[in-house]
Design a protein. Structure first.
Length: 253
């Protein structure tokens, strides 16, 4: 594999599982130095490789400064950031509690804003930031208004940071996944399915059948897109929300 990230330092949150884990591994395989962060320290330590591991709560507004300091302390520079940490919860709009709302928005939106603020400020040599949006941010989905709002907010923040960071040579884009076969998708199948009265596996099968490509995506496919946007190959791309969903939105706008 080409060493696209040779001499590059990339910070990845949510690195213990799902897309974040594969992104961290891919950057390392392509020659990059990685600061891998997650709340689950035990799972994080199983990543392997020569990475700087940081156990932290990504919803903490101070986590971005901590991650920037970890990267600068170990490697002396920062070239990229991928905030993959996130959560999803399900409830009808009439049953969403303030606790649930604050938890989802706190991690998915508020935490990401302050991480980009701190890490982007520390990126003295320019670079790239790739946020994680969702097709749920493009329109209403039943029983997860808070998650949809958080991802619609990510789309807005991505474009705003792209506009303000462009003069400093920092590109900011978002990847917007549909069905990606991760632990979060298993949770969607289980928790949303339960609200709909469906047994485990039935919601997933029904939804995948509505994807024109007739399958879910893999974390590796999502990581490949993220790696491209992080790399110099995407040097003239910024402020974009790029969907990866096997064509699902073609029939579900």
């Amino acid at each position: 594999m080409r060493a696209r990230f040779q001499d590059k330092v990339i910070i990845v949150t949510g690195a213990a599982s799902g897309i974040g884990r594969v992104v961290a591994q891919r950057v390392a395989e392509e020659g990059g130095a990685v600061v891998a962060a997650d709340l689950n320290g035990d799972a994080l330590r199983k990543l392997g490789g020569d990475m700087e591991l940081v156990t932290c709560d990504a919803s903490d507004p101070a986590s971005g400064q901590r991650l920037a300091e970890a990267a600068l302390g170990r490697f002396g520079k920062i070239h990229g950031f991928v905030p993959c940490a996130g959560m999803i919860r399900f409830a009808p709009v009439t049953e969403v509690t303030t606790t649930q709302w604050d938890a989802v928005l706190g991690l998915n939106l508020r935490g990401v804003f302050f991480q980009i603020q701190a890490i982007g400020t520390a990126m003295a040599e320019g670079g790239a930031i790739v946020t994680i949006s969702s097709t749920s941010g493009d329109g209403p989905r039943p029983n997860n208004a808070d998650y949809g709002v958080s991802k619609a907010g990510i789309n807005h923040l991505t474009k705003t940071f792209a506009l303000e960071f462009a003069p400093r040579g920092i590109r900011v884009n978002a990847v917007s996944p549909g069905i990606i076969e991760t632990p979060m998708w298993e949770q969607v199948d289980r928790d949303r399915g339960a609200i709909l009265g469906l047994p485990p596996g039935q919601l997933a099968a029904r939804t995948i059948n509505e994807v024109p490509m007739k399958r879910g995506g893999t974390p590796q496919e999502a990581a490949a897109l993220i790696a491209f946007l992080l790399s110099d190959e995407a040097a003239y791309i910024t402020g974009q929300i790029i969907t990866i969903d096997g064509g699902f939105k073609l029939t579900h706008p």
